[in-house]
Ligand binder design. Structure first.
Ligand SMILES: [Ca+2]
Ligand SMILES: [Ca+2]
Ligand SMILES: [Ca+2]
Ligand SMILES: [Ca+2]
Length: 448
């Protein structure tokens, strides 16, 4: 899009006029002259991120127009991040004081081992200023989603908690909502189930109030005949819990999820995935496990077309899914699915990273398709240094953003470490992004 700036100049115009004696006199008058000035080319495009989604796709926690890349979260907290440990900064952008400037929340989660996980802090940064530090009541927050739950124009926060990874069964966490307001916040536990909530999503599934879908990957052990639950907002202290029709076994490997209306029928569908490989126990499990990335078509009211999953293409050896994004990234009128992955295969000790085999590095897979079928369009591979550097870094997400201001959306692989100045292992690739070109290719670039 082209933005022209108009500058109004007040000018003193001197006019000439003859008087009654035929002598020339000068008559001053003030006029306004509007001058159209074309701004330099790098400023021609000012992407409005709130226009990248429309309709029901604005009523989902996937819709995050406040997202910004290249924020140094560790610097905001004045900490050094360990090279590899469960300690991680989960983050999410929102509009927390209503001025439409990007704010963000950080969940500093985890301890030094998966077993000794301890509750951390929730830090809220508003207009660039650390404004609140809230003791987290979850043992291990695993995903943050943003949605204006009470429709007051201020984004609220949903914390999905996984709890520590020990015990039989793992104890889990209850999910938490933080209602934000310009002057403060209110934190409440919602729901009744403590679970291994590795993911979840927020969206309007019927009527006009949002529901929280709680993905407890271990629920199939505790409630083998049960179903995935949703919590639907009634008032700040009142949520109604209901079963969906998605069996607990179905989501036993669903560590990532987002609501999105893929088929354009006005009803939110869901994309699910996590560990993209079949394990031997699944053939004897009490219910089928859908381990592949897939879409379940939404039927409304928390019901989904579970029997007809739309399966998405596999990438062998890159089986751990760390993020889903959905945008019309090339502006051809159809959305693409952007899947962020790290390495992973069956049979590896999941508690440890393993060079280029497990929890190490990233790859971005982009799909094109239609309502019922999706195919791989592109793979964005990591720079060579990430393959050779023994960095052991798993938890990347992708931020879709026009980094170079040319009106074409780019893809920024992000994590708490990739943008942390203090994490010196990534110095050589600081500012990394994939810049979309006119020919549809994505080139590795580094923002200075
Ligand atoms: Ca709100
Ligand atoms: Ca739909
Ligand atoms: Ca497209
Ligand atoms: Ca661009």
């Amino acid at each position: 899009m082209r933005i022209n700036k108009y500058i109004i100049l007040s000018l003193l115009i001197i006019g000439c006029q003859k008087d009654d004696l035929d002598e020339v006199v000068l008559l001053p008058c003030e006029c306004e002259l509007i001058v159209e000035i074309q701004t330099p080319s790098e400023d021609l495009c000012d992407t409005n991120y709130s226009n990248l989604a429309s309709g029901v796709n604005k009523n989902t926690s996937h819709f995050q127009p406040m997202n910004r890349p290249f924020v140094d979260y560790a610097e905001a907290l004045n900490i050094d991040l360990p090279q590899y440990s469960p300690f991680v900064l989960w983050t999410q952008f929102g509009n927390f004081n209503g001025n439409n400037e990007p704010d963000y929340i950080i969940a500093a989660a985890g301890g030094t081992s998966w077993e000794t996980t301890e509750p951390g802090e929730l830090i809220v940064v508003i207009d660039g200023v650390v404004s609140y530090s809230i003791p987290n009541i979850q043992t291990f927050t695993r995903k943050i989603s943003i949605y204006d739950i009470n429709s007051d124009g201020i984004d609220d926060v949903v914390l999905f908690g996984a709890g520590p990874e020990f015990g039989d069964p793992w104890p889990g966490d209850e999910n938490v909502v933080i209602y934000m307001s310009p002057g403060g916040y209110e934190l409440v536990e919602v729901g009744n189930i403590s679970g291994f909530h590795h993911s979840g999503a927020v969206g309007v599934l019927s009527g006009n109030t949002p529901s929280i879908l709680e993905l407890d990957m271990h629920a199939f052990q505790k409630r083998p005949d049960g179903f995935v639950k949703i919590l639907t907002y009634q008032s700040d202290n009142n949520w109604v819990e209901e079963d969906t029709n998605i069996p607990t076994h179905h989501i036993a490997r669903s560590g990532q999820s987002e609501f999105y209306d893929f088929d354009g029928d006005g009803v939110l569908d869901i994309i699910l995935g996590g560990h993209e490989w079949e394990e031997s126990w699944m053939s004897n499990s009490l219910g089928p496990v859908q381990w592949r990335n897939h879409i379940l078509r939404g039927l409304g009211g928390g019901q989904f077309d579970v029997d007809n999953p739309i399966l998405l293409p596999i990438i062998p050896n890159w089986g751990v899914i760390t993020d889903f994004d959905i945008y019309d990234i090339d502006r051809d009128g159809s959305v693409e699915i952007i899947i962020t992955r790290t390495t992973g295969i069956d049979g590896i000790d999941a508690s440890m990273p393993n060079d280029n085999i497990y929890y190490d590095g990233y790859m971005v897979q982009i799909l094109k398709g239609n309502a019922n079928s999706w195919n791989e369009w592109k793979r964005l591979e990591q720079p060579e240094i990430m393959t050779t550097g023994n960095l052991h870094h798993p938890w990347f997400k992708s931020i879709v953003y026009d980094v170079n201001g040319d009106c074409m959306l780019d893809i920024v692989p992000e994590s708490d470490k990739l943008n942390a100045q203090s994490f010196t292992n990534f110095n050589a690739i600081r500012g990394l992004y994939y810049e979309q070109q006119q020919n549809g290719e994505f080139e590795i670039k580094y923002k200075q």
